[in-house]
Write a protein that binds this ligand. Structure first.
Ligand code: PLP
Length: 416
């Protein structure tokens, strides 16, 4: 047992566990997996090499791994109505690179939302390999509305004729019109890759439109609102299946992480249930409730609100930098991240915004009325930014508040 063999690591895991239980987790890309997902992920599947795909492996001993991978693929295909699913990508970043390499050649042009306006690094940002291997063109949001401006995106696409158009976001609080992106892609002869990493749980639960019908390839992480282990899916129509599979393995990776894939299978079983549908809709209701309360306290929300799981606070309305606010909240036990706002004049390491989201707190069973309390604690923190004693008093309230919402049980606890 870990606690006897390596008390040091055991103790650190317990500390992290206590931190996760006693803080309000508002980072929109984080969640808590169920004990069942945790158990599959921590299983003997971590011991097996399975390079290749079911029935086409390079090593022997695949009697069970083939069944597990097929089950994960089938369940994910059912949840997202995807004709073909690849479950092997180690992460969303690798899934995206694989999708691009399946559809385009190095040097071709890809076009995605710029990182400071809410895109992801792997949508062609210059420090990412995706921005070095491919010629990258970035589109902004409309700086009057902070929303996608489909006419403007079409214009940029016509000018640059990308091979791949990317629709997907990491910090955009509104619905994405995937059909409008399809139309633009068709006008310029581009492939459409939709990256639903953040909203996958909402899509699975029917709380956000699915891009599956209109996209050529859909990528997603499995560990954000989808509430699975850390991993990714690449989904497509049959016509791209071979190219996608080749791009993931052997293109980007060697042996798949079978323990993760078994956890994905469990998470996909959960994502297909009625209770997950309720969860997805509650995530959105909670985000709206939290946003409305914060607006009552004078916080300015980018785009004026939210349709999904996340809110972007523009802290310029309170004359506080994003980093300072996120640090103060963290001291109080409210965990967020600072984030650029569209057209942000501040530098990226100290941007003007704070990004918050409701997937994790909704997993803990919190409802709209609890969002009111969280908003109050966020507001108290903003009002007492320089007063460490006041922040520590808020921290006490945060810990008491959290004790009302127990976490899914983890291994270390169940061992004891
Ligand atoms: C999180 C995210 C990714 C990358 O996922 P990792 O698993 O961290 O590599 C890709 N795309 C979007 C839109 C994301 O939000």
């Amino acid at each position: 047992m870990l606690k006897y063999y390596d008390p040091q690591v055991n103790e650190l895991i317990k500390q992290e566990e206590a931190r996760q239980a006693s803080t309000i987790r508002l980072i929109p890309s984080e969640n808590y997996v169920s004990q069942n997902v945790m158990q599959a992920t921590g299983s003997c599947l971590t011991n097996k090499y399975a390079e290749g795909y079911p029935n086409k492996r390079y090593y022997e001993g695949q009697q069970v791994t083939d069944l597990i991978e097929d089950l994960a693929k089938q369940r994910a295909g059912d949840v997202f109505r995807a004709p073909h699913v690849n479950v092997q990508s180690y992460s969303g970043s690798i899934a995206n690179m694989a999708a691009y390499l399946a559809l385009a050649d190095p040097g071709d042009t890809i076009m995605g939302l710029s990182l400071p306006d809410g895109g992801h690094l792997t949508h062609g940002w210059k420090v990412s390999a995706t921005g070095k291997v491919f010629k990258s063109v970035q589109y902004p949001v409309n700086y009057d509305t902070d929303l996608f401006d489909y006419d403007q995106i079409a214009e940029i696409a016509k000018e640059n004729k990308p091979k791949i158009l990317i629709a997907g976001t990491s910090a955009y609080p509104r619905k994405i019109d995937f059909k409008a992106f399809r139309k633009i892609a068709d006008e310029v002869g581009a492939y459409l890759v939709c990256d639903i990493a953040h909203i996958a749980g909402l899509v699975a639960g029917g709380a956000h439109e699915s891009p599956m019908e209109v996209a050529d390839v859909v990528t997603t992480t499995t560990h954000k609102s989808l509430r699975g282990p850390r991993g990714a899916l690449v989904m497509c129509r049959e016509e791209f299946a071979k190219a996608i599979d080749k791009a993931v393995f052997p293109g980007m990776q060697g042996g798949p992480h079978m323990h993760t894939i078994s956890g994905i299978a469990v998470a996909m079983k959960e994502a297909g249930t009625e209770s997950f549908k309720e969860y997805a809709h509650q995530v959105v209701k909670n985000a709206k409730a939290l946003g409305e309360k914060l607006q009552e306290y004078g916080f300015k929300l980018v785009t004026g609100g939210t349709d999904n799981h996340l809110l972007l606070l523009d802290m310029r309305s309170k004359n506080i930098s994003g980093k300072k606010m996120a640090k103060a909240l963290d001291r109080a036990g409210i965990v967020t991240n600072c984030n650029t706002v569209p057209n942000d004049p501040a530098p990226p390491f100290n941007p003007s915004g704070v990004r918050i989201g409701t997937p994790a707190v909704t997993t803990r069973g919190m409802k709209e009325s609890d969002m009111g309390e969280i908003a109050e604690m966020i507001n108290d923190t903003a009002d007492n930014l320089e007063d460490l004693q006041a922040i520590d008093r808020i921290g006490k309230r945060v810990r008491f508040f959290c004790s009302r919402f127990p976490l899914p049980k983890s291994f270390i606890h169940s061992e004891e």
